[in-house]
Design a protein around this ligand. Structure first.
Ligand SMILES: Cc1cc2nc3c(=O)[nH]c(=O)nc-3n(C[C@H](O)[C@H](O)[C@H](O)COP(=O)(O)OP(=O)(O)OC[C@H]3O[C@@H](n4cnc5c(N)ncnc54)[C@H](O)[C@@H]3O)c2cc1C
Length: 323
């Protein structure tokens, strides 16, 4: 954690404005994190990973996000997918991919579309040579910086089928970039699959909706850490004011309790917006300059109001903003 803190300050935060304004390639931050083993953060040591446990992972995400949200958000997609390969992949799949995923030679993005409830937006059908994907993944971060996409598609029985798909444009895989309020450096795109072929050996696992839901609490805790990271930086810029610091600790304790997680995530997201707003006010006119941290943090906190949201989070946030 000490190394993560040092890199978050000396590399990520030191370059956050340059990354945000497009003067520094986000890939350079990712290279540094890969060199120090962070692509394998959540993989076991026998797979070449750092073996960070579930209790420590949110702390790591918070520390890194306090350095640079774009970097942490992009890395986060890889960590989720590599964890799925380690936990659910066949011995052959693990032998083939885990080392590269752990040391960052192979970098993964994520397209969770098939895991979303409601009518399937991305479907899979089996063919004699493997599989074909059809549909849209509306949000995929890290395009151009990843080699594969951990992709969830729905089969005819409504199962969630996970693949490692090559992250390469082709006649059957088209991308459309998004321009966003913040974190544009993540190169977030929409991916359109039109009968895209996937070889059989790229199947990672098949899960039911209930099995997928088991992972939601941990995902909430990790995604909540992004808002805490932005807020943590704001508290620092507010001269570590004790009242702001205490509220940050309280938001973290709510998330750590792992109960009412949607409410806890909404609270953390709203706190990040408030802390970032205070940062702008505290910083005065120069806080709105394109290279200044407060305005960037305010935009990032705005983005986190909807990133990886769920109906309960949206409802709680609407309630908080209405009253
Ligand atoms: C900047 C940015 C980057 C993003 N990057 C990625 C990325 O790299 N990969 C990726 O897959 N998504 C990514 N997302 C998508 C993000 O997770 C969704 O924005 C979020 O899930 C909710 O989207 P929404 O509010 O538009 O709801 P909708 O997209 O309309 O979702 C409909 C419903 O599905 C639920 N839902 C959505 N995702 C899931 C899920 N995984 N499991 C269970 N329920 C779900 C929502 O709660 C909602 O109720 C990104 C979003 C943003 C804003």
């Amino acid at each position: 954690m000490e190394l993560a803190g040092r890199l978050a300050e000396d590399v990520l935060y030191a370059n956050a404005a340059a990354v945000d304004t497009g003067r520094r390639d986000l890939g350079r931050n990712l290279d540094v994190l890969a060199r120090h083993g962070f692509y394998g953060s959540m993989l076991p040591p026998e797979a070449g990973g750092l073996g960070v446990d579930a209790g420590t992972a949110p702390q790591l995400a918070e520390v890194l996000a306090a350095g640079c949200l774009s970097t942490t958000l992009t890395l986060g997609q890889h960590l989720g997918i590599s964890g799925t390969v380690a936990a659910k992949g066949s011995p052959e799949l693990r032998r083939r991919w885990l080392r590269g995923l752990a040391d960052g030679r192979i970098r993964s993005g994520a397209a969770f579309t098939g895991a979303m409830p409601g009518p399937p937006r991305l479907t899979v059908r089996e063919t004699s040579a493997g599989y074909r994907l059809e549909g849209t993944a509306p949000w995929v971060s890290g395009w151009g910086m990843v080699h594969v996409l951990g992709t969830a598609a729905r089969d005819a029985e409504d199962n969630i089928v996970w693949f490692l798909v090559d992250a390469e444009e082709s006649a059957t895989l088209r991308v459309q970039p998004h321009r966003m309020l913040a974190a544009d450096a993540t190169n977030t795109v929409t991916v359109e699959f039109t009968g895209h072929p996937v070889p059989a050996d790229r199947l990672v696992t098949v899960s039911t909706r209930a099995e997928h839901a088991e992972g939601e609490p941990f995902l909430h805790r990790l995604n909540g850490a992004l808002a805490l990271g932005v807020a943590r930086r704001c508290v620092r810029l507010l001269d570590d004011d004790p009242a702001w610091a205490a509220e940050l600790d309280s938001c973290r304790a709510d998330l750590d309790a792992m109960k009412d997680l949607e409410v806890a995530r909404a609270r953390a997201a709203e706190f990040a917006v408030r802390a970032a707003t205070a940062c702008v006010v505290h910083g005065g006119s120069s806080a709105v300059l394109a290279d200044s941290a407060p305005q960037r943090l305010l935009r990032e906190a705005g983005l986190l109001l909807v990133f990886a949201s769920r109906p309960g989070i949206r409802e709680e946030l609407m309630h908080r903003f209405e009253h």
